[in-house]
Design a protein around this ligand. Structure first.
Ligand code: ATP
Length: 263
């Protein structure tokens, strides 16, 4: 049984914005999948139907054998914006991942179970921040904050980890570090992971499998070897779409050269 399956999933916003158009995808347990595609392709919507925040207009989404319906604690989320509580330590932020088990009131009294505290420290260790556990989140770098966000999602003990452009606001070095930690966390825990990314180089480095989405449809589904430059161009620009700048550059003539420049 696949860890994640989407069967003929369509999502239409309002009257006519087809964000997902009859998508069927099956993802086995433990796979690290990267979703690629141009802006507006439907990547976020795909992640949102998986975490239950958006209901598909048609089709079925399952995590394991359970249909997704409503927000789902079996799904851990890492966002572009980390949404940490800046005044709290990395440890306390990671612990909030256990809120679903502890309940809000008990959390106010810091009445977390020892296993949740252990899970928070283990998750911080997984993302290389155990020695910074006591540091206030607000004083951490963007990359460290994102790693705390990953730790918080791990503490949830999810069946599926979703990351919506998790490194979009980081510099290349921090982005690569964060992706590295996310990948090793996923492998260590055999956690099925789906991340949307805009950086093709990072996607190639860390993904096991790549799903290319354009205009709400899956236009590519393959491994690293299949993700050639031509395949990337097709995902972003389409067969019949505008030519990418690199392709245009080969034969590009600037016709304005021939015009007389007014004195
Ligand atoms: N809540 C919404 N209401 C109406 N239309 C929406 C909503 N969310 C997304 N859309 C539309 O659905 C389509 C897919 O959007 P989505 O955000 O899933 O794309 P994306 O690939 O994640 O884009 P980006 O890379 O820019 O984040 C777009 O046309 C978008 O305008």
């Amino acid at each position: 049984m696949p860890a994640v399956s989407l069967e003929n999933v369509t999502k239409v916003y309002g009257e006519e914005t087809v964000a997902l158009d009859d998508i069927s995808v099956h993802i086995p347990e433990g796979e690290f999948v990267v979703v690629l595609g141009p802006s507006g392709a439907g990547k976020s919507t795909l992640l949102r139907v998986l975490n239950g925040l958006t209901a598909p207009t048609e089709g079925e989404v399952r995590i394991g054998k359970d249909p997704v319906g409503g927000a789902n604690s079996a799904v851990g989320m890492v966002f572009q914006m980390h949404y940490l509580i800046e005044s709290m330590s990395a440890y306390r932020n990671a612990l909030t991942g256990a809120l679903g088990r502890t309940g809000y009131v008990r959390s106010l009294f810091s009445a977390y179970a020892t296993e949740d505290k252990t899970a928070a420290l283990e998750a911080l260790d997984t993302v290389g921040l155990l020695s910074e556990a006591q540091q206030r989140a607000g004083s951490m770098s963007g990359g460290q904050k994102q790693r705390v966000g990953i730790a918080r999602a791990l503490v949830q003990n999810p069946d599926l980890l979703l990351a919506d452009e998790p490194v979009a606001s980081l510099d290349p070095k921090a982005a690569s570090d964060v992706m590295g930690y996310m990948k090793s966390a996923a492998k260590e825990r055999e956690l099925t992971t789906i991340a949307s990314l805009h950086q093709v180089n990072l996607a190639r480095e860390f993904g096991d499998r790549f799903i290319g989405v354009r205009d709400g449809s899956v236009v590519f589904d393959g491994d690293r070897d299949a993700l050639t430059m031509d395949a990337v161009d097709d995902i972003y620009y389409g067969d019949g779409g505008d030519e990418p700048p690199e392709a245009l550059a080969e034969n590009f003539e600037d016709e304005s050269d021939e015009e007389e420049i007014p004195q």
